[in-house]
Design a protein around this ligand. Structure first.
Ligand code: HMG
Ligand code: MG
Length: 298
């Protein structure tokens, strides 16, 4: 293994909440982000400037960004699908955005209503303008270990889309197992293949936990040198365009595992567990973090 520090990208306020059917009040989102940003996390994804018709839950992202505290050393990226979304993000004073592509044509159509090639063409001016404005760009690739519509995905396709995003100027590429179907050997093979085209230091692992494989997959990725992990407090989430997919791997579970492995995250696990309990109660959903539940029961 290389490096003993892992950077956690907390995606709960965006990936976690975007699929909630009942609109979560803006105040609750603000409180969630403020509390997460005080735990030692360096990155808290705060929302998405996407079409409110497609994802109504993210419609108040500008209001959320206007109200959150922005402590030094914490960044609050937002998802941006096009130039219109970028303009809104810049107006809101963000310092980091994320564009999102897929390794599956069918998922790309369902998620952003265009082909993979069209999406990459669309992201080129977005990334250029963002970087000109001094804004860091992250690239997501969805369906890296399987697609709800196409089934198995060739790691070479993931590598191709990832390399393209890197060429567009993305500082890091997050590999999304959107529907949580991956298993450790497949995750390992994927990282090995993608790392031939994108330096492993610029790759993040973004695993949903639908089949309960996320922690095992992350361990396999850590062995391949991955040191950036996306997760969601209380395991919040799902994907509006991936029926049946559950939330991201829980941040509490990831931090517990990493600290146990001698890898540091800088995150206060007890504070995180308390937030996980609070948000689960607030939005009336079960707390999906095993470590969180165990810590809260102590
Ligand atoms: P479209 O319908 O093809 O595009 O949507 P359009 O340009 O025709 O726009 C349609 C309407 O949306 C228009 O409004 C636009 O003005 C408006 P109307 O004229 O009908 O009233 N619009 C916008 N509104 C606000 N902000 C914008 C914006 N752009 C257009 N930026 C589009 C194309 C990409 C906009 C749409 O498909 C969309 O917003 N999709 C978002 C899907 C999404 O957010 N999915 C979840 C995030 S991805 C994810 O969760 C995976 C990830 O976690 C990794 C993993 O797990 O794999 C990242
Ligand atoms: Mg996701």
């Amino acid at each position: 293994m290389t490096g003993t520090t892992v950077r956690i990208v907390e995606v709960g306020p965006r990936d976690g909440l975007q699929n909630e059917a009942a609109l979560v009040p803006t105040d609750t989102k603000v409180a969630l982000i403020d509390r997460l940003a005080a735990t030692g996390l360096a990155v808290v994804e705060a929302g998405a400037f996407v079409s409110p018709k497609w994802v109504p839950q993210m419609a108040d992202t500008a209001a959320v960004l206007a109200q959150i505290r922005r402590p030094t050393g914490v960044s609050f990226p937002v998802l941006v699908p096009n130039e219109r979304g970028l303009a809104q993000a810049l107006a809101a004073g963000v310092t980091e955005i994320a564009v999102f592509a897929a390794a599956s044509e069918a998922f790309s159509q369902r998620n952003i209503n265009c082909s993979i090639a069209e999406s990459l063409d669309r992201f080129a001016p977005v990334a250029r303008q963002a970087r000109d404005a001094g804004v860091t760009v992250r690239g997501y690739v969805s369906c890296v270990l399987g697609c709800p519509y196409e089934g198995a995905i060739d790691p070479a396709k993931v590598a191709e889309v990832s390399a393209h995003l890197l060429e567009l100027g993305c500082a890091e590429i997050s590999l999304g197992d959107t529907i949580g179907v991956g298993t450790p050997a497949k995750a390992q093979a994927l990282i090995r293949r993608v790392a031939r085209d994108v330096p492993v230091a610029q790759l993040a692992a973004h695993f949903h936990d639908t089949y309960g494989q996320a922690l095992a997959n992350l361990l396999a990725c850590l062995d391949e040198g991955i040191r950036i992990i996306d997760s969601s407090v209380a395991g919040l989430g799902g994907c509006p365009y991936a029926k049946g997919a559950t939330g991201n791997v829980a941040t509490e579970d990831v931090v517990y595992m990493l600290e146990g492995q001698g890898l540091s995250t800088g995150v206060d696990l007890d504070a995180l567990a308390a937030i996980g309990g609070w948000i689960s109660t607030s939005i009336n959903r079960p707390n999906a973090s095993r470590a969180g539940r165990a810590l809260l029961a102590k």
